[in-house]
Write a protein that binds this ligand. Structure first.
Ligand code: SAM
Length: 291
């Protein structure tokens, strides 16, 4: 409609009306393309029975579209200056709530329980601030939140890394952890021209469909994370060097080599060649040996 926030004209009008100046340190790049917005919202598969959590609503470009599709929307914004603007731009949506704060400091499990008592499915949908993309995604995944989908606009390279399979240089700890919990898919690539101000990099929309249960069985998820993170700690080092330096400690080399042999994994391989199944096998043997 005429009132959509996400057009260059209306966005500039709102920014001017409130004398808003962007804070680069908060990753403020606002979306001004309705076509991209509908791709993001469609990817989340929302209905009136479902809820959406947005991280960083800005002036409400995405929040407005989410509010039209979802039964309830909760948006977490760190920048206090945006609160009066959002109260104005989203005044038509009584089922939409803004929570002021830093998403990284928030207990999202409690937020979901308290804010979405009636919604059986909740998704996170966001155009993420790029300076904290990985930290936010790690938090959403590791806290095992009861989510259906995570649909996020992030830097293109990061999206491609998360969706990558083993063997290539893009594959890393974030790929393994994301694919452990979710099916990862790059929905679309987004040029930097659809933002005000324009970021220096291209972006992509990533969808993580959360699995009912993790892709592989592990005895201890904590150990699985530790093994994956240790294996990729220094990309140029072999798996055995990374595990020695970052998990076992040099004095336990014999034990580590025995475990690798038992897992059928060559010590000279690099972390980036291991499949999720191999990481699971390795981490189960290590937790049985209780590192
Ligand atoms: N959703 C809007 C859009 O698409 O136009 C704005 C997206 S902008 C890339 C990122 C937003 O996240 C900004 O509004 C910024 O203030 C907010 N933000 C940055 N760091 C945050 C944090 N740690 N917690 C919550 N919001 C944050």
């Amino acid at each position: 409609t005429m009132r959509d926030i996400a057009t260059p004209t209306r966005t500039r009008e709102i920014l001017k009306q409130y004398g808003f100046s962007f804070k680069k340190s908060l990753g403020q790049n606002f979306l001004v393309d309705l076509n991209i917005l509908s791709k993001i919202v469609d990817a989340a598969e929302l209905t009136k029975e479902k809820g959406a959590i947005e991280i960083g609503p800005g002036i409400g470009a995405l929040t407005e579209q989410l509010s039209r599709q979802a039964g309830k929307v909760v948006a977490v914004e760190i920048d206090q200056r945006l609160l009066p603007i959002l109260a104005d731009t989203l005044s038509a949506y009584s089922h939409t709530e803004i929570v002021h704060g830093d998403v990284l400091e928030m207990d999202l499990g409690t937020l979901i329980r308290e804010k979405f008592p009636e919604q059986e499915k909740v998704s996170v949908v966001a155009n993420l601030p790029y300076y904290v993309t990985s930290a936010i995604l790690m938090k959403l995944l590791e806290e095992r939140l009861p989510l259906e989908n995570i649909v996020v606009m992030i830097q293109k390279e990061v999206a491609e890394r998360i969706a990558a399979g083993p063997g290539g240089k893009e594959y890393g700890a974030l790929s393994v952890l994301a694919q452990f919990y979710a099916e990862a898919e790059v929905v679309t690539i987004v040029p930097h021209s659809v933002f005000i101000p324009q970021p220096n990099v291209d972006s992509a929309v990533l969808r993580l469909r959360i699995r009912n249960k993790p892709a592989v069985d592990v005895d201890s998820e904590t150990m699985f994370y530790r093994v994956v993170k240790a294996s990729f700690a220094q990309r140029r080092k072999t798996l055995s060097n990374n595990l020695l330096n970052n998990l076992f400690g040099k004095e336990r080399k014999e034990e580590m080599l025995r475990i690798l042999a038992e897992a059928g994994i060559e010590p000279a391989r690099r972390g980036e060649t291991l499949s999720i199944e191999e990481f699971a096998r390795l981490s189960n043997l290590i937790s049985q040996a209780s590192v």
